[in-house]
Design a protein around this ligand. Structure first.
Ligand SMILES: C[S@@+](CC[C@H](N)C(=O)[O-])C[C@H]1O[C@@H](n2cnc3c(N)ncnc32)[C@H](O)[C@@H]1O
Length: 293
């Protein structure tokens, strides 16, 4: 990792801080790397964006240029993968995003599952691409309320995974600025959050009961999965938007393999399974059910 960046390609140089630019060969390597490891397609139109976002990462690592960064990825791909993915993708999320999915859970699915499993079944929900935790904790709120309402003793848990180390750290911290809690009703805020005081004024921390229900783990969706399932529902919302068709097809088939018969897959508002899988049927707005053979 010695050499100062020397990249004779000048495309993108104008935007490169201090003359650092992401040249053709480094960009080609990065695009291929990101596609193979993250399923994200980086077209030429993304070059400036990638360059801008990675410059921060280069500074944090005290590297001298993109060729050093490419060298790091070549020699130790696993260690940097999460940071790279964080830099180029978005972690935007919010509590109770796409509320109609939670309505379906509260009104139909949770009461049905808790009734079906009351004599000893397990209820498992996976938030795949959980970002900073708002999605799994919102799921935990509706799950905890359903358990309380019915007095159910069903063994119920939520698995929350992501490949971004920063997102996972924030999810584990479970502490949010009040202004990011707009999607939560006042009743839920006071039931499921502890308000910060003094130095923590303006922050709220998730209730230990929610933490108990949620297990937060690192996982790249394109790599091996250690869990066996089965899951009753998988939330993979606003994640596959960056993936190309073959990557989405493979992922949906793997989800089908881990879901219960009749289990549910929830996608994000701009995502669709149309033409990508015969294993699911559309049963609601971006809600799919695994077909029973
Ligand atoms: C826009 S956020 C969506 C968060 C949440 N699901 C929601 O809908 O609000 C997308 C998340 O997917 C994660 N992600 C992207 N590619 C991934 C991959 N290959 N494996 C695991 N997580 C991935 C990103 O790190 C990011 O946190």
């Amino acid at each position: 990792m010695a050499a100062r960046i020397v990249d004779h390609d000048t495309r993108g140089a104008a935007a490169g801080a201090g003359g650092w630019s992401l040249g053709d060969s480094d960009f080609a390597f990065l695009s291929d790397f990101v596609y193979r490891h993250c399923g994200i397609v980086l077209g030429e139109h993304k070059r400036q964006l990638v360059q801008g976002r990675l410059l921060r990462r280069l500074r944090a690592l005290d590297l001298e240029g993109f060729d050093d960064y490419v060298e790091l990825l070549r020699t130790d791909p696993e260690s940097e993968l999460g940071e790279l993915a964080s830099a180029i993708s978005t972690n935007v999320t919010s509590f109770f995003r796409e509320m109609h999915h939670y309505d379906l859970l509260v009104e139909q699915l949770l009461p049905r599952w808790l009734e079906e499993k009351k004599n000893g079944g397990r209820l498992r929900i996976w938030s795949a691409g959980c970002s900073t935790g708002e999605e799994p904790y919102a799921l935990a709120m509706v799950l905890a309320e359903a358990l309380e309402r019915t007095g159910s003793k069903v063994d119920a848990r939520i698995l929350a995974t992501d490949l971004s180390p920063q997102a996972l750290a924030a999810a584990r911290a479970g502490t949010y600025p009040l202004e990011r809690m707009g999607g939560i009703t006042e009743a839920r805020r006071s039931r499921w959050f502890l308000r910060g005081e003094g130095a923590y004024e303006g922050l709220a921390c998730v209730h230990p009961r929610l933490r108990e229900l949620v297990s937060i783990q690192p996982l790249n969706l394109l790599h091996e999965w250690p869990m066996r399932g089965p899951f009753d529902a998988i939330f993979c919302r606003n994640v596959v938007i960056y993936f190309d068709k073959p990557t989405k097809q493979r992922l949906f088939e793997r989800y089908a393999g881990l879901l219960e018969q009749g289990g549910y897959l929830f996608l994000g508002h701009s995502e669709s399974m149309y033409g990508l899988s015969d294993s699911f049927e559309l049963v609601g707005r971006t809600v799919y059910r695994k077909c029973v053979p």
